[in-house]
Design a protein around this ligand. Structure first.
Ligand SMILES: [Zn+2]
Length: 121
């Protein structure tokens, strides 16, 4: 009975024994930029997502500008046919990553692909 009893001791090798696994170990990086455009800037201001209302750092949001006519599309067509110039207004919206993926603005990328920065196709 005494031979079968095996004492298992798990040894944690850390460089800071006071705080276990705190700050010294290598953390796997999913993306080169950590999903942001921060660099060494420090803290970025928070911006609210226009779709879900989440507070997201400004360098992490997906910013989309669309040129939209304030006139009704049917009326715009008639005005253009008569030779009028209908102005368009830029509308800029901020989206968090989950909303951008849901709306199809950003695609889920493979492990190899996401190491490179996002480029517009
Ligand atoms: Zn959102």
């Amino acid at each position: 009975m005494g031979d079968l009893f095996v004492l298992q001791i798990s040894v944690y090798v850390t460089c800071c024994p006071s705080r276990l696994n705190a700050g010294c170990h290598i953390v796997a990086k999913k993306r080169k930029s950590r999903g942001r455009g921060k660099g060494s800037k420090g803290k970025a201001k928070l911006v609210q997502c226009d779709n879900c209302g989440a507070w997201v750092p400004r360098d992490k949001i997906v910013r989309v500008t669309r040129w939209i006519s304030p006139v009704d599309p049917q009326l715009e067509k008639e005005l253009k046919a008569k030779g009028a110039i209908v102005p368009k207004v830029p509308i800029t919206k901020n989206y968090c990553i989950s909303c951008a993926v849901h709306m199809g603005l950003r695609a889920v990328r493979s492990r190899k692909e996401r190491k490179e920065p996002y480029t517009r196709i």
